[in-house]
Design a protein around this ligand. Structure first.
Ligand code: MN
Ligand code: MN
Length: 463
């Protein structure tokens, strides 16, 4: 049951369309390196496509009706878009879900110190990272600092051509004999992943400050550039991510190398699909969540009531809210829970079972189940639903493949699918195959990005 490589099927027009999708996607990766930046960009593109904030729409008065396009956001990190369909919403929605947070290093609340005439920022990593991948590469800092008066300062250092970048040091090979004997998990100590941020002491300081002249200079620069003080780190969310733009990869330019493709590749293609919808039959929804990489916890994670509350507000706006209608709308929905899949890598063939692996270029991946050790923690999609989804993909000539995440008992992973399934809706995991998942730079196939967008559109049309 081998699946065909999608590249072999494309007409010239399709290749052109694929390049357009990928170009927009690369732009999204460059602008959205944090969940907040992603939400900002999503709202911008949604508004350009005629979407309006639900709250703004409600304030105008008059019931929401078929054809209306609204979005709602919480804490600038989680967003749901709805395009109201002709059919009674109690019969359910077609939902595309994905996450917009990615593994990274977060700056601690009291981060800045000086040692040996060098200034550093202390970090705590976020999500699953191989720590040794994050040292000795150019890094950027993205995020916000919120002053005591509530004013928000956006920080972005390391992306513009002439911006400085940040860096985490590694031990030179000449002295690394002992370090190299350590297990890979221990080669880099999480506590010593500190960001090198300065080495130039400030001149003419009073005696009591001379000891930390490099740190003082960093603080002076931060104050001049952003108007912030050391105490403002207490209420900051600063994320350290790889510096630089997403690039084409391979002599044949067939792939994309970029940071945060888990899971922005699914998030952005889902967004493109819903923005293209024209008078949907069933209500279309696109739900893009935060905190997936740390267990979908918190007010902006999938485990929160954000989605349920948003649908309740939507129903109220339609003049249809009752507790039962809300439950029915959720229960009768169909969802593609989209997250990246492990692409088969010949260099690490041992970790995969080839018949049930995802291959780059063979289209969107359906994972009937995820989880680990006996499918634990998985939403195991219903066979009837899998049949329905594959029939839709076939009808719209979407290239797709099925896979599980690696060999039995070798590892595993979870997604947001099981949480949405709590409402009783039909959910299946789907997504794009990635090489080097969770590495600072991840690789995807342009064809798979294109097929994902096609798949999401087909699902919104026909599920
Ligand atoms: Mn993911
Ligand atoms: Mn992940």
């Amino acid at each position: 049951m081998e699946r065909r490589n999608a590249w072999l099927t494309y007409t010239e027009a399709q290749e052109k369309e694929m390049e357009e999708v990928v170009k927009a996607y690369r732009n999204f990766l460059d602008l959205g390196k944090t969940e907040r930046e992603c939400v900002t960009q999503i709202i911008k593109e949604a508004e350009a496509a005629g979407y309006e904030a639900l709250e703004t729409r409600l304030a105008k008065g008059g019931a929401l009706k078929a054809g209306d396009k609204v979005y709602t956001v919480d804490m600038k990190k989680i967003v749901a878009l709805f395009h109201i369909g002709q059919e009674d919403i109690a019969n359910g929605m077609n939902i595309l879900g994905a996450h917009i947070d990615s593994p990274r290093l977060d700056i601690k609340q009291n981060p800045l110190y000086e040692d040996a005439d060098l200034a550093f920022l202390d970090t705590h990593y976020y999500g699953g990272v191989k720590k040794y991948q994050w040292v000795s590469i150019p890094l950027a800092m993205h995020g916000v600092v919120v002053r005591k008066d509530g004013s928000v300062v956006d920080v972005n250092i390391g992306e513009a051509e002439d911006d400085p970048v940040l860096y985490i040091t590694d031990l030179l090979i000449h002295l690394a004999g002992k370090q190299l004997q350590k297990k890979a998990a221990d080669v880099i100590d999480g506590e010593s992943m500190d960001i090198l941020i300065g080495s130039r002491p400030l001149k003419d300081l009073p005696d009591e400050k001379k000891k930390e002249a490099v740190k003082e200079n960093v603080l002076k620069i931060l104050n001049e550039k952003y108007g912030i003080e050391e105490e403002d780190f207490l209420s900051a969310e600063l994320e350290i991510v790889p510096a630089g733009k997403a690039r084409e990869c391979g002599l044949d330019r067939s792939m994309i190398v970029g940071y945060g493709q888990d899971d922005r590749v699914c998030a952005y293609t889902s967004l493109l699909a819903i923005l293209e919808m024209d008078a949907p039959k069933r209500t279309s929804c696109c739900l893009l969540v935060d905190k997936e990489e740390i267990g979908s916890v918190g007010a902006t994670g999938m485990q929160s009531r954000f989605f349920e509350n948003s649908v309740a507000e939507l129903l109220e706006g339609m003049g249809k809210y009752t507790e039962l209608t809300l439950r029915r709308a959720l229960r009768n929905s169909s969802m593609l829970s989209s997250d990246v899949s492990a692409g088969f890598d010949p260099a690490y063939a041992d970790a995969f079972e080839k018949k049930n692996s995802a291959f780059l270029g063979r289209g969107i991946v359906l994972n009937k189940f995820t989880g680990a050790r006996g499918k634990s923690g998985s939403n195991d999609a219903n066979a009837e639903y899998v049949a329905k989804v594959r029939a839709i993909f076939d009808k719209y000539e979407v290239a797709f493949q099925t896979a599980e995440l690696g060999k039995v008992d070798i590892g595993g992973g979870g997604t947001i699918a099981y949480i949405a399934a709590l409402y009783g809706m039909e959910v299946i995991d789907s997504g794009v195959a990635v090489l080097s998942m969770h590495a600072p730079w991840e690789v995807t196939s342009k064809a798979d990005v294109y097929e994902a967008k096609k798949a999401y559109k087909a699902f919104l049309l026909d599920a």
